[in-house]
Design a protein. Structure first.
Lengths: 252, 252
């Protein structure tokens, strides 16, 4: 049984709490938040506290707070030589105070507050200094049903950056498509199967292989017609830049 | 039984042929291609020809050829006052010769040659001049298991343009993410569940609602750190432009 203390009450902390509750090999022995109100709902199932000096012993302390708050929170912990990890994609491992055994347990997925998370779709990127700590975090991830990956200090920020591309930027591309269809009173719904298929395709083949369309073919006529349709300069700039990017990738 | 003559032998034509073969209420009575070789494999199951003067009578003639070839092919058809449709997202309905009853039967989906298509995931955008023709094409789409949509001459090009965004541009975003992870020797596989979840989310909520991340929060520190990680100027330009676009959409 791995004993865990959870620190923080945001989206990630809450989803982790719920996930660990269901796991057989993990015991959340305490939940800390500087504001008790946010975790009061859970006080009948787990010890809660708003005072770091009351933290009890555990195998791992998971800090799931804003990146900026990690250094201070970790430095106020009233113990040393215990495993403390954060869950951030971009904060450094060294943001955790050096009196502790440090690690990162980064779930690379988008979390909605409302929807219960299916942890089998959450890859966990693990970074540690000690092999022993890696093993424990690996077991922890597996207990949630996650696939775990060992990453190094250069890979995690690169993955976080790449995640911004495939999540935030892709979503903004969807948004622009929504604007374009809406402007003509066409249903965005018509695009949804294509969105699904585009994401499905790269599960099997590389994005390079999956590419199609006017930019890849360097079909100047269609590109010109599309640019004529776009009367929003921001959308036009994105169309041009993405088209150039595709042309470059595919050797035009 | 709707009698169909198919013209063309590309991806769309071939997938339509296979789809119609399975449908109970549709009969492909003939398949035309200017080059017989491409459709010779099917000669035991359907009449094939490379001569428009040998075309037999049908309820609808489906032209699935390159956009540029539509006007000429339709003008050489040796009959008039029959329903002839093309399958293009961007060619005009009027590209079909005016001696014919004209229409568009545009499947808005990405087609891979190798993989058999599940037509239930293919929305069909229908444009016609006569109500009667719309009804027939609607029935045709439904016989394949497709959801059909009535579109007007402004909506179809807008949908085609929006499709380039959600398919080609999204795929290029995936490609860049692949480059970023590969550069650090991190596995692109780690991003795949996030790609799936990003596409799934907008099936239920609008892309506007679904947005998260540093650009939406105007988290300058993370944005700056990301820009520092990017040493490829093309990737940097895309990061900046997409970040500005998200900031604008979400009121920063």
């Amino acid at each position: 049984m791995i004993k865990i203390v959870l620190l923080g009450a945001g989206n990630v902390a809450t989803h982790l709490y719920k996930g660990f509750k269901k796991a057989n090999t993990v015991n959340v022995v305490q939940w800390y938040n500087r504001n008790l109100k946010s975790i009061e709902t859970y006080k009948n199932e787990v010890k809660i506290t708003d005072n770091v000096n009351n933290l009890i012993e555990a195998d791992v302390y998971i800090i799931a707070v804003n990146d900026d708050a990690i250094p201070e929170l970790s430095s106020t912990l009233p113990f040393e030589n215990r495993l403390v990890v954060h869950t951030s994609g971009s904060a450094r491992l060294y943001d955790i105070d050096q009196k502790l055994y440090r690690g990162v347990f980064y779930p690379l997925q988008t979390f909605s507050k409302a929807v219960d998370l299916d942890f089998t779709t959450v890859p966990i990127c693990i970074e540690t200094l000690r092999k022993k700590d890696f093993k424990l975090l690996e077991t922890l991830g597996q207990s949630l049903g996650c696939v775990t990956y060992k990453v190094n200090p250069k890979q995690r920020p690169a993955l976080h950056l790449a995640a911004v591309f495939v999540n935030n930027f892709t979503n903004q591309i969807y948004r622009i498509a929504h604007e374009i269809t809406e402007k003509q009173g066409a249903e965005f719904d018509i695009l949804k199967p294509l969105i699904t298929e585009t994401a499905r395709k790269v599960q099997e083949v590389s994005p390079y292989i999956a590419q199609t369309g006017p930019a890849k073919r360097n079909d100047k006529k269609t590109i010109k017609r599309h640019l004529k349709l776009l009367d929003n300069p921001d959308q036009e700039a994105i169309y041009k830049l993405m088209t150039e990017s595709i042309k470059k990738t595919h050797g035009h």
